[in-house]
Design a protein around this ligand. Structure first.
Ligand SMILES: *[C@@H]1O[C@H](CO)[C@@H](O)[C@H](O)[C@H]1NC(C)=O
Ligand SMILES: *[C@@H]1O[C@H](CO)[C@@H](O)[C@H](O)[C@H]1NC(C)=O
Ligand SMILES: *[C@@H]1O[C@H](CO)[C@@H](O)[C@H](O)[C@H]1NC(C)=O
Ligand SMILES: *[C@@H]1O[C@H](CO)[C@@H](O)[C@H](O)[C@H]1NC(C)=O
Ligand SMILES: *[C@@H]1O[C@H](CO)[C@@H](O)[C@H](O)[C@H]1NC(C)=O
Ligand SMILES: *[C@@H]1O[C@H](CO)[C@@H](O)[C@H](O)[C@H]1NC(C)=O
Ligand SMILES: *[C@@H]1O[C@H](CO)[C@@H](O)[C@H](O)[C@H]1NC(C)=O
Ligand SMILES: *[C@@H]1O[C@H](CO)[C@@H](O)[C@H](O)[C@H]1NC(C)=O
Ligand SMILES: *[C@@H]1O[C@H](CO)[C@@H](O)[C@H](O)[C@H]1NC(C)=O
Ligand SMILES: *[C@@H]1O[C@H](CO)[C@@H](O)[C@H](O)[C@H]1NC(C)=O
Ligand SMILES: *[C@@H]1O[C@H](CO)[C@@H](O)[C@H](O)[C@H]1NC(C)=O
Ligand SMILES: *[C@@H]1O[C@H](CO)[C@@H](O)[C@H](O)[C@H]1NC(C)=O
Length: 715
């Protein structure tokens, strides 16, 4: 049986090689995923790649300060577009001397559900969307200063920037011109359907591996996150269209760098907020495969830096040179720098690197993913492991720029690599940390809450907010603002109904600086009582075009509609109320403080959460909680299309998966055993994080391990 599968695999690898067209390296190509090593470093007598600060004297990167100053100026006309002269919300805008609230948006994780939920909300807050504009909600996006994303939320965030900040309609569906849309009906992992050995899937895997191996040959250890990063790039970056998925005609996003965001026209003209991606870290050596406690460092990645404002680190590194091993802030020598490591796909992949909790060693699979997605990923990993050196396979491996720094408090100070994982690994699914940093001084934080919490129907239940409240109190008190009052348990959150309609938290602080006002826009059943189509599973990695369209429309409608107590109709006033919430801190910051207008008082009675007098979910009648597939026909069609007869030759999908599981299981097992066996010094040295930093070489493959002779015997 095993021999048979092995034979078939080899046979297929050979048989399909003719179909593959190598990329032209003189053009933009998938090879551009490889970072450049041995690059000339900047002159360290005049400059540093590391910025350090303390919680009590926290600083931002000077270019961030500069960007925000320009952005603040650039949004003044947008405030006027949105609020007019202010009379609609009961203020005279002219009297505020241009000092308004500073606003940030947060888009949490949850795969394509969260990405689409984030997109639908953005369209509902975007003045360029006609229905949002008409409702008065469209305009908030134009006055925001920050946008943070995590995991699936990082995909929509990255996609907005790397497509030059288009409308959601153009971004998701394409514009028939230079934007091709997200192509969510093309499966992420196996774009040609479940048969891993179809010509097209093989060509696709070939491209993905070509990128990843190019990075490894540059001397930088890879992991499962790298092929994952490449797959994400095909959908969310701008070089893949329906016509070129199975070609090497473009780079499919390879070579697009996060540190190049400042060159993107919309950003350069201050038409966008400042983007920040959140990723967690697994303490090196812990090998954790469960969720994290609240202690490990939470990192943020901006176009300028990889940094952490956690009190125990309080440092950032120039993102252009990420991938460079630094010790006490210095590389080995003046030409030991690395650039091009900050691939946009890899940043989004790092934030969504959830494999350490999902590799199921006992059953040799990746739990939660669909059978075919898991099989595809393991298959790619198995080929990767045979070709190149990897490090911890289940995390995103980053050379540690902070080695030697803050050694009294930074837990990975002595590590040469850091292990970054999904931004929600500590159960904070909303990327709040950067937005609560004291030095950023945000007044309003808008949460586009697409989390799936409730285990039955997949609606949010406040648990991310509760977790963040605790981390801000216990771990981040010196460095971050605090969370406003919220219901203290998920049960209380649900009972109050604040997870099922827009809610404003923190409306009445004693002073404007107690905490920011949180505008919470949860994924919720349609207010109309229609069937919900937006509470889909995190690991659903394919959507029919019809489902995506209905999904976005449903989210857009809820976002612009607010709610009417004890009814199923939109609140005509919601646009005004959202404007009141966005503006309220400006009123508090004015000298003298102005009292809240009567319009806004009425709004706040309905939308603010008052801990003394919590609302009740009974105000939200006839909501349907259970997901109803809006396009079952479409899904059947898709899967019919993927069910090819070729599969039968391979003994069916389950046989194939058993085979791949064996292959990968064997490799992982071998590797782990190798690491323990001292006679394989070279391999263990390569994976030994305490080993002195090794120089980069031209081709790591020459020194990478060979497949063990037992391998054949294993099958
Ligand atoms: C792209 O080129 C690589 C290297 O030759 C190959 O392995 C891969 O299959 C090619 N992909 C496509 C889609 O032709
Ligand atoms: C705070 O840090 C900045 C930049 O490192 C430094 O210039 C300034 O002197 C520090 N201020 C205090 C009060 O320590
Ligand atoms: C705007 O500036 C004027 C003149 O400096 C001042 O009187 C007024 O209080 C300011 N308004 C606010 C809201 O701070
Ligand atoms: C697509 O990305 C490339 C590389 O970043 C860029 O040059 C091009 O302008 C982008 N196109 C659009 C429409 O944003
Ligand atoms: C983590 O794995 C490494 C390499 O296999 C091993 O040396 C180390 O002891 C492990 N750590 C823990 C806490 O199990
Ligand atoms: C990164 O370093 C280079 C070289 O010193 C410098 O030109 C660039 O401005 C730095 N970027 C940031 C964001 O600090
Ligand atoms: C921490 O760093 C300081 C200054 O670089 C050094 O003197 C000290 O030995 C280090 N401590 C440890 C435990 O490595
Ligand atoms: C910060 O460092 C101190 C000293 O090592 C340690 O006690 C504390 O647990 C660390 N805090 C976090 C959040 O890791
Ligand atoms: C709330 O969500 C968490 C996951 O985030 C889940 O474990 C818990 O069971 C949920 N509780 C309720 C009451 O829905
Ligand atoms: C505005 O949003 C609605 C609802 O999702 C959508 O149908 C429409 O196409 C959007 N318009 C633009 C310009 O994005
Ligand atoms: C919410 O309303 C329902 C029905 O009116 C009532 O049974 C329940 O006790 C209320 N919950 C709270 C916390 O007041
Ligand atoms: C500097 O370091 C690089 C890579 O670490 C190495 O290849 C190179 O030989 C070193 N150069 C000098 C002058 O030591």
């Amino acid at each position: 049986m095993r021999q048979l599968f092995r034979g078939l695999l080899l046979c297929h690898l050979v048989a399909f090689s003719w179909a593959q067209t190598p990329p032209d390296p003189s053009q933009d190509s998938v090879l551009d995923y490889a970072p450049k090593t041995n690059v000339e470093c900047p002159d360290f007598s005049t400059t540093s790649l590391i910025r350090q600060f303390t919680p009590s004297n926290q600083t931002l990167h000077p270019e961030e300060v500069d960007f925000i100053a320009h952005r603040t100026e650039a949004i003044l006309p947008h405030w006027q577009d949105w609020l007019g002269d202010g009379s609609n919300i009961g203020y005279d805008l002219k009297a505020f001397n241009g000092t308004y609230s500073k606003i940030g948006l947060a888009i949490p994780g949850g795969g394509l559900r969260a990405a689409q939920y984030g997109a639908g909300c953005l369209s509902g807050l975007d003045a360029r969307n006609e229905s949002a504009k008409a409702a008065g909600t469209g305009g908030l996006l134009q006055v925001a200063s920050y946008l943070s994303g995590l995991s699936g939320g990082s995909w929509v965030t990255g996609s907005m920037y790397f497509n030059n900040w288009p409308t959601i309609k153009d971004l998701v569906y394409g514009n028939g011109n230079d934007l091709s849309g997200w192509l969510l009906d093309i499966p992420f992992v196996t774009p040609d359907g479940v048969n891993l050995f179809s010509d097209d899937n093989q060509a696709f895997f070939g491209s993905v591996l070509y990128s990843v191996e190019a990075k490894a040959y540059a001397g930088i250890d890879t992991s499962m996150t790298d092929p994952w990063a490449r797959m994400i790039s095909y959908h969310f970056l701008n070089q893949t269209s329906r016509k070129n998925v199975f070609t090497n005609d473009t780079a499919h996003g390879a070579g697009q760098l996060w540190s190049h965001i400042p060159q993107i026209p919309a950003y350069a003209q201050y038409q966008t907020p400042f983007p920040i991606i959140v990723t967690d870290s697994r303490p090196v050596g812990s090998n954790l495969t469960t969720s994290l406690s609240l202690d490990p460092v939470v990192y943020e990645i901006t176009p300028l830096e990889i940094a952490s404002y956690d009190p125990n680190l309080s440092a950032g590194m120039n993102l252009t040179y990420a991938g460079t091993h630094l010790s006490n802030g210095k590389p080995d020598n003046g030409s030991a720098c690395v650039t091009g490591f900050d691939q946009a796909g890899f940043i989004m992949g790092t934030s969504a690197s959830l494999f350490n909790q999902l590799f199921d060693f006992a059953r040799n699979t990746i739990s939660q993913f669909s059978t075919s997605d898991a099989a595809g990923l393991l298959y790619v990993l198995s080929r990767q492991l045979r070709e190149v050196r990897t490090r911890a396979d289940d995390v995103a491996n980053w050379p540690n720029p902070f080695n030697g720094l803050k050694n009294a408090t930074f837990e990975d100070s002595d590590a040469t690599w850091i292990e970054l994982i999904d931004g929600a690994s500590n159960n904070e699914n909303v990327p709040y940390a950067p937005l609560f940093v004291k030095a950023r001084g945000l007044d309003v934080i808008v949460t586009l809450e697409g989390s799936s919490d409730d285990p039955i129907n997949g609606w949010p239940n406040g648990s991310s907010l509760i977790t963040t409240t605790r981390r801000l109190q216990n771990q981040l008190r010196p460095s971050h603002q605090q969370f406003p009052p919220i219901p203290q348990t998920p049960e209380a959150f649900i009972e109050a109904g604040v997870n099922a309609r827009p809610t404003f938290f923190g409306c009445d602080p004693v002073t404007a600086s107690d905490y920011p006002l949180v505008i919470y826009l949860p994924n919720a059943p349609p207010i109309t009582g229609d069937n919900p189509v937006t509470n889909t599973a995190t690991f659903q990695l394919t959507y029919t075009p019809k489902h995506t369209r209905l999904f976005l429309d449903q989210v857009n409608f809820n976002t612009i509609s607010g709610f009417t107590p004890n009814a199923n109709t939109p609140d005509k006033n919601f646009g005004t109320c959202l404007q009141c919430a966005a503006f309220d801190r400006a009123r508090m910051k004015a000298t003298p403080v102005l009292s809240r207008s009567s319009q806004c008082q009425t709004c706040f009675k309905q939308y603010c959460y008052d801990p003394q007098n919590p609302p009740n979910k009974s105000e939200l009648p006839n909501r349907k909680l259970q997901f109803v597939d809006p396009d079952p026909q479409g899904l059947t069609k898709l899967s019919d299309f993927f069910q090819t007869n070729k599969l039968k030759l391979l003994g069916g999908l389950s046989g194939l998966i058993a085979f791949i599981a064996l292959l990968v299981g064997g490799l992982l097992f071998w590797r782990r055993r190798k690491d323990q066996q001292q006679q394989y010094k070279r391999v263990s040295a390569l994976h030994d994080d305490d080993a002195p930093f090794r120089q980069y070489h031209g081709r790591a493959q020459e020194e990478s391990y060979e497949m063990p002779t037992q391998q054949g015997g294993n099958y």
